[in-house]
Design a protein around this ligand. Structure first.
Ligand code: GLU
Length: 447
């Protein structure tokens, strides 16, 4: 880890006009990684100058989404700090003050209620981006649409509110931001912002733009691609640890190991290793990462993840002992890519009801039942109720009769789980216990 660098200050500056979407979460996360890697500060600034679309509810949702992802900030509207206020709507006097200064100096002018910054030709406004490298731009490129005329930059709109390009400069300077880390869609705004920094006589921060995030079809991410807000992932049963891991891999890698913790990512993160190649959001990858994190959880934490989903399914979770439930999930050995899936795949441990609802037993032909009853009776003759003993008995019984084990184990699997796939069925039987297995067999008339 780099030496603690208290001069490094980065910010996430969302507009509270919607939930925390994947792109916003990604930007917040990379800022957090850089701050935590360097020992700097991570600031949350709310860009709520669009008074119509901004709401306090969205502001809260964004903060909740960040908290869920584990992205804690050091300064922000809720936390305070030495550089506040942290909501743009509370900083209007500052924007007016510097607009007045620019106007007094002849760098800006009034047009009705609005204030515009005058763009002079022949200025080199190129910059070195930590991700994209050198971006060459001359002010002559800042033209009116379909014209050769230079386009001045509106800094205060006629409603008295500052524009994004202007407020962002005032705030990033006054908040002593050292690195501006944001989506690549802002590369085109950067030269305009550089003009404003210079006119105000301020140092320009270091810029690092993050690659665009695309859907699997290589098109810009949209609703069509499935979950686009961080909360949708939460509601589908993805773990915050894995959504964090997944987002961190969009445009960066931690070396060989794709599965990592926040701490490890923060330790290894380097802005200079972020790629400019658009990152593709692959739901299969998300599932893989989540599954790996689920597998690595300690049993009680895993139970805490799964419990709400069982409860939502109406299952009597409280009837069981926590350790017993946690062991049942350990038996699942990585089955289920999300907490929701794992809860669904293991519902039969919690209750027999979903089994009955899934499978009515009618696909077992009457003439097979006597043979099955003999088989199950043989299993119940085993005194040592362990997976090994049950399996040995089943093997012996089927071999002696020259029948296939599968033809007997499969019905048992349906009786106990109502499903075609499950962990080893003798392990399931042992975990459910003799009495419960008997009860389920009796229900289907197989004992
Ligand atoms: N409010 C802007 C956005 O959400 C911030 C961009 C920036 O980081 O400069 O896109």
């Amino acid at each position: 880890m780099a030496d603690k660098n208290t001069n490094i200050r980065v910010r996430f500056a969302p507009s509270p006009t919607g939930a925390l979407h994947i792109g916003g979460g990604h930007t917040a996360l990379f800022n957090w990684l850089w701050a935590r890697h360097t020992g700097g500060k991570f600031i949350l600034r709310i860009e709520d100058t669009d008074l119509v679309r901004s709401t306090k509810e969205y502001e809260q949702t964004i903060m909740d989404g960040m908290t869920w992802l584990g992205l804690d900030w050091d300064e922000g509207p809720d936390k305070g700090g030495d550089y506040g206020p942290y909501r743009q709507s509370e900083r209007l006097d500052l924007y007016r003050k510097y607009a007045q200064q620019l106007t007094d100096e002849g760098r800006a002018y009034r047009d009705g209620e609005a204030v515009l910054f005058k763009v002079e030709p022949g200025q080199d406004i190129s910059f070195d981006d930590m991700v994209y490298g050198r971006v060459e731009v001359m002010s002559d490129a800042l033209k009116e649409r379909d014209s050769d005329k230079l386009k001045d930059i509106v800094i205060i709109k006629s409603d008295g509110m500052p524009t994004y390009n202007y407020a962002v400069v005032i705030d990033d300077h006054l908040m002593a931001i050292s690195h501006v880390i944001r989506g690549e869609d802002h590369i085109s705004n950067t030269p305009k912002q550089i003009l404003l920094y210079r006119a105000l006589g301020w140092d320009v921060p270091t810029f690092a733009h993050l690659p665009m995030i695309l859907g699997k079809d290589k098109k810009k991410l949209s609703k069509r691609h499935g979950a686009t807000s961080v909360y949708e992932y939460r509601d589908m049963g993805y773990m915050p640890d894995s959504v964090f891991n997944f987002l961190a891999l969009l445009g960066w890698s931690a070396g060989d190991d794709e599965i990592f913790t926040r701490e490890k990512a923060a330790r290894l993160f380097e802005l200079s290793r972020v790629t400019r190649k658009p990152a593709v959001l692959d739901p299969d990858k998300m599932n893989f990462i989540n599954q790996e994190h689920l597998k690595r959880l300690d049993p009680m934490t895993r139970l805490a993840m799964i419990r709400p989903f069982w409860e939502e399914m109406g299952l009597p979770v409280d009837k069981h002992d926590d350790t017993w439930l946690a062991e049942a999930l350990t038996l699942m050995a990585g089955r289920g890519r999300t907490a929701k899936e794992m809860a669904e795949f293991s519902d039969y441990f919690v209750s027999f009801d979903p089994v009955k609802a899934r499978w009515d037993g009618s696909d077992i032909a009457e003439d097979r039942k006597p043979g099955l009853r003999d088989f199950f009776a043989a299993l119940f003759a085993v005194t040592d109720w362990t997976p090994e003993a049950l399996e040995a008995q089943a093997r012996k019984w089927t071999e002696e009769r020259g029948v296939r084990m599968k033809d007997y184990a499969m019905p048992l699997r349906f009786v106990l789980t109502g499903m075609k796939v499950s962990p080893g069925i003798f392990e399931v039987a042992v975990h459910l216990g003799r009495d419960e297995v008997k009860r389920r067999l009796e229900h289907y008339g197989l004992i």
